[in-house]
Write a protein that binds this ligand. Structure first.
Ligand SMILES: [Zn+2]
Length: 259
């Protein structure tokens, strides 16, 4: 298979047989989910198998496995006799998921602030600097990914795997919601608020950390236009074939989202 505008083959040696197929599936999954998270492929977009086979240069078996995985992550919906569509979460579900995030993430920052040491904190702080820079440069995809990563990194810092995995899924869901309901030109995560949350954790002020996180997530939710659910049409081939300055797919590697 080929990823659109992928780096030369000799930089990414492929294992033979089954391993090559598995590697195809993983690469396509990351590329496609990245395109969804970065809002290049809008919620509600149909994902015809034949188009995806052509775009990625693989057979239907590979594409079906990828679609199954994306459905498990709730990023797409598989509708019998109609095919695969990028998920379109309802307004009601959007509000519920943000409420869930407030509960989970208030708990995350509370437990982090109560810990005596914060060995992870400098790394996350540096990343927030990167987030600010990406925002300043107008590198929206990178910015959205880093903004989402902030929330996942805090969850990871608790070293509670169950919590981390659960939050990953919920943050993914909100990413789709942002793609569906955001107002063009607004940013859903405030870099300044991220830094304030880190300061409160560092100071051990768990009440403040918890309050700041709740307000931050409420602010994110308020920026969404939750009365208008009209998705814009997506040109699939164009969206999945982005040309970045380095001539490789613009950051196909998965996850990282807005909040
Ligand atoms: Zn945030």
């Amino acid at each position: 298979m080929h990823l659109p505008d992928a780096p030369p083959a000799n930089t990414t040696p492929q294992a033979p047989g089954h391993h090559a197929e598995e590697s195809d599936e993983s690469s396509i999954q990351k590329h496609l989910s990245g395109a969804i998270y970065e809002h290049r492929v809008r919620p509600g977009t149909k994902l015809p198998e034949a188009d995806l086979c052509r775009i990625y240069g693989v057979n239907r078996g590979v594409i079906r496995k990828v679609l199954d995985r994306l459905a498990t992550d709730q990023l797409i919906e598989l509708i019998p006799n109609r095919g695969a569509f990028v998920a379109r979460p309802s307004v009601e579900l959007t509000r519920d998921v943000y409420a869930l995030r407030r509960i989970l993430e208030a708990g995350v920052v509370r437990s982090l602030a109560k810990a005596p040491f914060h060995p992870w904190l400098e790394d996350v702080r540096q990343q927030v600097d990167e987030e600010r820079e990406a925002n300043r440069l107008g590198d929206t995809g990178h910015y959205i990914r880093l903004a989402g990563k902030f929330h996942l990194d805090l969850a990871a810092a608790t070293r509670n795997t169950a919590l981390e995995q659960h939050l990953k899924r919920v943050v993914s869901q909100t990413s789709l919601m942002v793609a569906l309901y955001d107002v063009p030109g607004t940013n859903t995560c405030s870099v300044h608020e991220h830094l304030e949350i880190l300061q409160a954790i560092e100071a051990g002020d768990y009440n403040r950390a918890e309050r700041l996180m709740e307000e931050h997530l409420l602010g994110c939710e308020r920026q969404l236009r939750l009365s208008d659910d009209e998705a814009q049409a997506t040109d699939l081939a164009k969206a999945l074939n982005p040309v970045s300055p380095r001539g490789v797919p613009s950051r196909p590697n998965g996850m990282q989202i807005a909040s």
